[in-house]
Design a protein around this ligand. Structure first.
Ligand code: NAP
Length: 509
């Protein structure tokens, strides 16, 4: 690859490569971190988030009793404090700014928007009042502003959780924990109040396949076994494996550990604690049954496992059905993405179509110049927070390759470019780079101000964070979350308007 000047590599100090990252969750931060780490790179990164608060799923997805995992935000904070990065919170892409605005102001755009919705299970009764996705319950107890008004009828005795991934384990744990166990977390105040009055005594967990095929990881199932006021009930006969599961178990350390833990739990059985978490393996929900608008039961069918051509062990119904009395259902069968206006979307997979992070017009289609994706929006809702680091690094490598090509193309003479047919053919080289006014760092700020959009900077967020932490310290909690966007904005305004503010004295309505 030829370069017309050394400066052309990754921007220059006078004209850094301007990058917009949409979404300030883990994948967005790992993308920003990877860009900042590039030697000789001159980048200016603007991170946008729909909410005033950064950190995405770490704040609104990771369970409140998993504070250790949340401490990863210290790394993200370092990224945000780098002079080359700015934060624009409270910006809705599609409302406050458009896809065209982004294209006009940035050399490259990275979609780090995660997977904000849930998969459908497609059974009768799924949409009855009292049937919720785990996504909704998780966002509610974590104080997500969009879900704070949700109401879950915790006066029921029995609840069904469908699916056996880590999210199902989180939901179950929060339902099964005592108030004493939850009080020291950063669970939303209103959620703790509701859970304090909870009458839930039985949590039925339905796994459509067997104990070897569960998706949860071992620390999560062990944690269930250590709860103060809940027993875990596993039927020993459910742990007798068929030949295919036995073969699958060989060489899978996680599955082996999970099975050991499940066997220990089966052996222990009920110890007389007031709540019970009851596992049902090889059982698919077939209908959620309601009476007068309320859920009364869930119908399930016993399954057997059948190997497919690829070796995957699928489940098949046996026709043997059983109903369980439950008053509330949480469907925890996986997340899916939500389309962004102007950005390609693969409807079946619920992701932004891409090749290793380069956005494509459709699956297998042409690369969209200058647009990239990372995290769950790129690969689907799999993996833990750390999985996003190598994932983002893969995308960033391509971003750097592309910007070099584009910068060198721009600096070369037309003749040289014409002679280089390979370069001219690179589709991601064709997006014109913003220049003049729109490439200026203050151009986006001016645009938002002209539109009257009240954006939140990182310094503004730190005002909120200080208030949350100080309120938390007074109560022995990591933080007391502010869950209302209007209140967040009011507190920020008040703190900025007062020379020596005492934010703890600022009260909400
Ligand atoms: P997941 O791990 O993909 O689990 C989804 C579960 O739903 C599986 O048991 C799956 O069973 C089941 N399922 C799917 N479709 C179903 C259907 N139609 N009927 C019945 N069951 C169905 O998804 P997740 O729990 O939402 O987690 C998403 C990601 O976040 C995972 O990578 C997870 O590890 C991660 N996470 C990690 C933590 C942590 O580290 N503590 C916490 C939360 C989330 P099959 O296997 O049969 O498809």
């Amino acid at each position: 690859m030829r370069f017309c000047s050394k400066e052309a590599r990754f921007g220059s100090s006078g004209r850094p490569v301007r990058i917009a990252i949409i979404g300030a969750g883990p994948s967005g931060f790992y993308a920003a971190g990877a860009l900042l780490q590039q030697k000789d790179a001159h980048v200016a990164i603007d991170m946008f988030d729909r909410l005033p608060t950064p950190y995405g799923l770490v704040r609104y997805g990771v369970a409140p009793d998993h504070q250790k995992i949340k401490s990863v935000t210290r790394i993200y904070e370092r990224t945000m404090k780098d002079g080359r990065v700015r934060y624009f919170g409270n910006i809705d892409l599609g409302t406050d700014i458009t896809h065209d605005d982004l294209k006009a102001h940035y050399d490259q755009i990275v979609y780090a928007v995660g997977a904000q919705s849930d998969k459908k299970i497609d059974i009768p009764g799924e949409d009855l009042a009292g049937s919720f996705s785990a996504t909704e319950f998780v966002a509610w107890y974590n104080g997500h502003p969009d879900f704070r008004q949700y109401e879950f009828d915790l006066s029921v005795e029995s609840v069904a959780v469908i699916g056996v991934g880590n999210v199902a384990m989180d939901v179950t744990r929060i339902l099964a924990k005592s108030v004493a166990e939850l009080r020291s977390t950063d669970i939303a105040d209103y959620a703790l109040d509701e859970l304090r009055d909870s009458k839930v005594r039985r949590i039925h967990i339905f796994a459509r396949r067997g104990p070897v095929q569960v998706k949860f990881t071992n620390p999560e199932i062990k944690e269930l076994g250590e709860l103060e006021i809940a027993d875990v009930i596993v039927n020993p006969s459910d742990l007798i494996l068929d030949d295919a599961s036995q073969a699958e178990l060989e060489g899978d350390r996680t599955a082996q550990r999970n099975l050991e833990t499940l066997r220990a739990l089966a052996e222990r059985g009920a110890t007389g604690k007031p709540k019970q978490i009851i596992f049902h393996f090889l059982r698919s929900p077939t209908e959620i049954i309601g009476e007068e608008g309320c859920i009364s039961a869930i119908m399930t069918e016993k399954n057997v496992l059948c190997p497919t051509e690829t070796g995957y062990l699928s489940c098949r119904g046996t026709g043997v059905c059983r109903a369980f009395d439950v008053g509330l259902v949480f469907r925890s069968i996986g997340y899916r993405g939500v389309p962004i206006p102007g950005v390609p979307f693969h409807d079946r997979w619920g992701i932004i179509p891409n090749v290793k992070g380069r956005v494509t017009a459709e699956h297998g289609g042409a690369v969209v110049p200058g647009e990239y994706t990372v995290g769950w929006a790129k690969r689907g809702p799999t993996g833990v927070i750390g999985t996003n680091k190598p994932d983002a690094a893969e995308t960033v490598t391509l971003m750097l390759e592309d910007i070099v090509e584009r910068a060198s193309a721009r600096e070369r003479s037309d003749a040289a470019c014409a002679a280089d047919s390979a370069m001219a053919g690179a589709p991601w080289a064709r997006k014109p780079l913003p220049n003049g006014e729109q490439a200026r760092p203050d151009a986006m700020v001016s645009l938002l101000q002209e539109r009257g959009v009240e954006f939140v900077t990182f310094a503004d967020w730190q005002i909120l964070e200080r208030i949350e932490n100080e309120r938390g310290a007074q109560r022995g909690q990591p933080r007391v979350k502010i869950t209302d966007v209007e209140e967040m904005l009011r507190l920020i305004r008040a703190a900025k308007a007062t020379p020596a503010p005492d934010p703890l004295k600022v009260t909400a309505d």
